[in-house]
Design a protein around this ligand. Structure first.
Ligand SMILES: [Zn+2]
Length: 229
């Protein structure tokens, strides 16, 4: 191999590394694709409680059930399934999570940035609850799904919905008796930015304004539901 060939290969390798870094930086600073409630055909909430932003916590969940979804069609079905589980079986106002992220790399709008959630008692009005759709006890979500979670959190910080010095916790850290977000994913999130090892109990906060919407009588059960969240 001539000196020129060696030099060319070296230049090529350097360019590849630079390109990879650029792609990584650009992709992590991009907003995720957000699938709005109307896009996944969400039923209306039975009531709404307004949440103050920015919130100091991000709580990470897995769905356990439904299982991981890898196409938008599957993820839309998963969102509808969870909404039915929460609204009908649990008698909650709406799907409990603020957002759910699918294996299709998209972030699905649940309660959104500024409504009180139903995903972690004591943290529902001071956190954004993000469900990573799938069972992550024994394996990790695909990289594209995790990238979308990071992009979503960064978007929330940039838009003033999540505090800049937010604390990120797994569901099991703030609620006894749950293994959520699954052992494998829980190990992983401990290396994420802002992971908070031992959260203090949150201070009580002023009661948010409650706006009660008329119950939607059209609410119909879509599927037979069983499962654990
Ligand atoms: Zn959970």
């Amino acid at each position: 191999m001539t000196f020129r060939q060696t030099f060319d290969i070296l230049i090529c390798c350097v360019m590849c590394v630079v390109l990879n870094i650029v792609v990584l930086v650009v992709s992590s600073s991009m907003d995720p694709v957000i699938v709005s409630r109307s896009d996944w055909h969400a039923k209306p909430p039975k009531s709404i409680e307004v949440m103050m932003n920015p919130v100091p916590y991000v709580v990470i969940h897995h769905s356990y059930l439904p299982p991981a979804c890898f196409t938008t069609e599957e993820c839309i079905k998963a969102m509808q399934w969870m909404q039915d589980l929460h609204q009908i079986n649990n008698s909650w106002a709406d799907i409990g999570y603020h957002f759910a992220v699918g294996g299709d790399g998209k972030a699905y709008e649940g309660r959104g940035w500024s409504r009180v959630g139903a995903h972690a008692p004591n943290y529902n009005s001071i956190s954004i609850g993000i469900c990573i759709i799938g069972d992550w006890r024994e394996r990790l979500p695909p990289e594209s799904q995790l990238t979308a979670v990071h992009q979503l959190i960064e978007m929330g910080v940039r838009e003033g919905k999540i505090a800049e010095d937010y604390k990120l916790v797994g569901h099991k850290q703030v609620r006894d008796g749950t293994a959520c977000p699954g052992e494998k994913l829980y190990s992983s999130i401990q290396s994420w930015p802002h992971f908070y090892k031992v959260p203090n109990p949150p201070l009580p906060r002023a009661q948010p304004a409650v706006i009660t919407l008329k119950e939607d009588n059209r609410l119909k059960k879509r599927t037979a539901l069983t499962g654990i969240i």
